[in-house]
Design a protein around this ligand. Structure first.
Ligand SMILES: NC(=O)c1ccc[n+]([C@@H]2O[C@H](COP(=O)([O-])OP(=O)(O)OC[C@H]3O[C@@H](n4cnc5c(N)ncnc54)[C@H](OP(=O)(O)O)[C@@H]3O)[C@@H](O)[C@H]2O)c1
Length: 251
């Protein structure tokens, strides 16, 4: 798939909202890249900044073919000055001159999204942000955002048991925008899932990820884990091919 100016072959990424600055977590990020993960997802707010710092320590410079995505404006403020300060801090913590993908973490109800994205666009125009995304939005908000700056990715809450954004998934697929479902494993359970997992000699979490990948070619899940074993299982889920009947049963 294309994510703005990146080509992503491995559609399973890594979520890092619990990452703290320890040697184990630095090693986890390196192991993720070694396992073929191309999308590492963080945010200015995660673990008080330690998630970004850990990724910066592990991957500076970011290896070719790998994207580190971060977000700002999640702390309740889409004020352009707050966003500019957060972008500067993210650049510094990540130890990079250019952020691969930068999301507006939340649309601030007090600030028109055009103003928030305008601040992000300044950094894109200067080459300090390569691609722009937006999180937890509907189709109308995506289209408003695209009037300001090209939108390469949309990150919304979506998984087998949370399906509010079906139309957003389809819209992204039609428009060539990557859809990143956050909480891809949350609330994933059930006897039908267990049965299908047994049939594929896989775990229910792997089946949940395989289902997401099958749901749309625009889908790029970012399961969060602190375990190298789980990380490798998640990457391996991309090889599972669900039968049509299995896909429909879980749908
Ligand atoms: N845009 C937004 O507003 C927003 C909001 C929330 C989250 N996010 C992003 O989405 C990412 C994913 O969300 P999340 O991490 O909260 O939820 P998640 O990916 O749905 O689930 C994470 C949980 O699943 C476990 N897990 C992961 N892989 C597993 C496997 N193969 N087998 C069994 N258990 C497994 C993890 O524990 P272990 O550590 O033990 O593996 C953890 O408890 C976050 O890291 C963050 O980057 C974005």
């Amino acid at each position: 798939m294309k994510l703005g100016d990146f080509e992503v072959a491995n559609r399973i990424g890594l979520g890092t909202n619990r990452l703290t600055r320890t040697p184990e977590h630095v090693a986890l990020i390196k192991a993720a890249v070694a396992a073929g993960v191309q999308m590492i997802d963080t945010a200015h707010s995660y673990a008080g900044g330690e998630s970004e710092e850990t990724i910066g320590e592990a991957l500076s410079p970011v290896p070719d073919g790998c994207i580190v995505a971060t977000k700002g404006g999640g702390s309740g403020s889409g004020n352009p000055n707050v966003l500019r300060a957060e972008i500067e801090q993210s650049l510094s913590r990540l130890g990079t001159d250019a952020i691969g993908l930068y999301y507006l973490h939340r649309v601030d109800p007090q600030v028109p999204l055009e103003e928030s994205l305008g601040a992000i666009k300044e950094y894109r125009d200067r080459g300090q942000i390569r691609n722009v995304g937006i999180s937890q939005v509907d189709i109308a908000q995506i289209e408003r955002a695209r009037q300001v700056v090209p939108i390469a990715a949309v990150q919304n809450h979506y998984n087998l048991s949370e399906r509010k954004y079906e139309e957003v998934v389809d819209h992204c697929e039609r428009e060539g925008i990557v859809f990143v479902p956050f909480f891809p494993l949350r609330g994933v359970a059930g006897t039908r899932l267990d049965e299908i997992a047994r049939r594929h000699k896989a775990t229910p979490q792997q089946i949940a990820l395989a289902w997401l990948l099958r749901r749309s070619p625009a889908m790029l899940p970012i399961p969060g884990t602190l375990s190298v074993e789980h990380l490798r299982e998640n990457v391996a889920a991309a090889k599972i091919e669900l039968a049509d009947s299995e896909f429909e049963t879980l749908r």
